[in-house]
Design a protein around this ligand. Structure first.
Ligand SMILES: *Cc1c(COP(=O)(O)O)cnc(C)c1O
Length: 493
């Protein structure tokens, strides 16, 4: 007989508020050994309160157990594959964490004098030169805090360079396959956005570009490989067309996991780009940060980079603030330093050949998945895949099952879903990026799950549209959750 009483392992953990019991607390302070101060008076009479309505009162062990139980519900890269396309969810080697926690680096204060910060400055200088080498560019800033922030920085560099030429322009060309941050960036930087339609191969069409690239276009924002996982094979020609009309080319480098050690954007004509250090160079991400969107550029744009810049003076590093052509700071201090340390540790631990091998393995893994799943899922673009592969749900949609349903069913098989419904140019997209860190057995498990789901859709589509079954909550009403979020618990009347 199953007892109906509560057990200490709850399928659905109570909220901390519901566990509250008046008078409990999770701390114990020693008696005061200094004169007491009236906090409200000390703060000038404002900014304090005696109590917070419905503030949970729980003991230390209750807090610890509550959050530890919740943490076991999470899916994580340390539990298994995370096939989210466009996100490059690779495993983060533990050595990076050890290096980032090195006392002198982890406790360095940004206001320390330069003389006491030489090691930290050396880390940043070394990383800047490694990234310049990897991208084939002349200069790098580590300030931007994420990819989108790097885009913003890069487009402001383009604006500054064109203004200096005396030819400020009005619009930025953005292919229809672009990540949503690209047109958003162009608009935030004050440009109009001109849409560039992809061709049937999922690439920029050179003839269309030649028509669209007029004297009012400041530049092109291009992702390469693009968001359908396809290398823009005319990239050198594309850059020539933009340059010939006096524009500059920005590359969204979020997909550099397909290029590092194999091809350099600086060599195929890109003027400025960002790198997502938290994607390509293995910083844990997915929880909303911190990240780093380092920006690399050619010499013409370098004088406009955000300041301060590192300078070598009399055998020591100094911060140079004397940058009359700089676009100014884009962030406090020098960037998310811990992320920079991890990126350098990752680069040095791999070495040049190791980085190249990682890239080749990432491409191999994506193409292995493509080959095995192609008999079961539609492939909208036949162009060769790089580090990710994009299927569509066209075949499954005939049975009333959409990409979001397949993703939910994948959860029952123990995998995090792939990227759903992006890129927008693929109707019902399933975007899969395994990264180089997955082994053949792990990828085989994933492929088996995807093939099994394709079979379920043939025989019992309702099984898939009702998934997931093994999670604590099944489908939530995403629209209501977004439109009417409940963010404050209230004691039931
Ligand atoms: C992730 C991503 C971005 C944005 O990067 P954030 O660090 O999330 O701001 C931009 N473009 C592409 C193609 C991406 O995959």
């Amino acid at each position: 007989m199953i007892r109906k009483t509560r057990s200490h392992i709850n399928i659905n953990e109570q909220l901390l508020f519901e566990m509250s019991s008046p008078g409990k607390k999770a701390y114990q302070l020693p008696p005061l050994d200094v004169p007491a101060v009236d906090a409200a008076a000390a703060l000038g009479g404002g900014g304090t309160r005696e109590s917070i309505e419905d503030f949970p009162e729980v003991s230390e062990v209750e807090v610890i157990r509550h959050y530890t139980r919740l943490s076991t519900w999470n899916y994580a890269i340390d539990l298994g594959m995370f096939p989210l396309g466009s996100c490059t969810m690779k495993y983060n080697p533990r050595i990076n964490e050890v290096v980032a926690r090195t006392e002198g680096l982890a406790w360095a204060h940004p206001y320390q004098p330069d003389a006491l910060s030489q090691g930290a400055m050396e880390v940043m200088a070394h990383l800047e030169s490694a990234l310049a080498e990897i991208t084939g560019m002349d200069a790098v800033t580590l300030q931007p805090a994420a990819g989108a922030h790097g885009e913003m920085t890069g487009i402001l560099l383009i604006r500054a360079a064109l203004e200096k030429r005396g030819d400020a322009r009005k619009k930025i060309l953005v292919p229809d396959s672009a990540h949503g941050t690209n047109p958003a960036t162009a608009a935030m930087a004050g440009y109009g956005v001109a849409n560039l339609k992809s061709n049937s191969l999922g690439m920029v069409d050179v003839a269309t570009l030649e028509q669209e690239m007029t004297g009012e276009i400041a530049g092109l924002m291009i992702t390469n490989p693009n968001t359908v996982g396809v290398f823009e094979e005319n990239i050198a020609r594309i850059c020539e067309v933009v340059h010939a009309k006096g524009g500059l080319v920005y590359m969204d480098g979020a997909n550099m996991n397909a290029l590092v050690g194999v091809a350099r954007p600086g060599d195929f004509g890109i003027d400025v780009m960002h790198l997502n250090l938290h994607k390509t160079f293995s910083t844990p991400h997915g929880g909303g940060g911190p990240g780093s969107g380092a920006v690399a550029c050619k010499a013409e744009l370098a004088p406009h980079l955000p300041g301060p810049r590192l300078a070598r003076v009399d055998g020591a590093w100094r911060w140079n603030y004397d940058l009359p052509e700089s676009i100014g700071r884009v962030r406090a201090f020098y960037g998310n330093f811990g992320v920079l340390v991890r990126a350098l540790a990752y680069i040095l631990a791999h070495g040049g050949n190791g980085l190249t091998n990682a890239t080749l393995d990432a491409i191999l893994n994506a193409n292995y998945i493509r080959k095995l799943l192609q008999p079961f899922y539609d492939l909208p673009y036949q162009s060769p895949s790089m580090h990710e592969v994009v299927f569509s749900d066209d075949r499954q949609a005939k049975n009333g099952v959409r990409t979001g349903d397949i993703a939910k069913r994948l959860i029952d098989y123990g995998f995090h879903p792939y990227t759903v419904s992006f890129p927008l140019i693929v109707h019902g997209a399933l975007m899969i990026e395994p990264t180089e860190t997955e082994s053949k057995p792990e990828i085989d498990l994933f492929v088996d799950a995807m093939i099994s789901i394709a079979g379920e859709i043939e025989t019992n589509p309702a099984l898939v549209t009702g998934a997931p079954y093994l999670t604590r909550t099944t489908r939530v009403d995403e629209v209501t959750a977004a439109r009417k979020p409940v963010v404050r618990w209230r004691r039931p009347a």
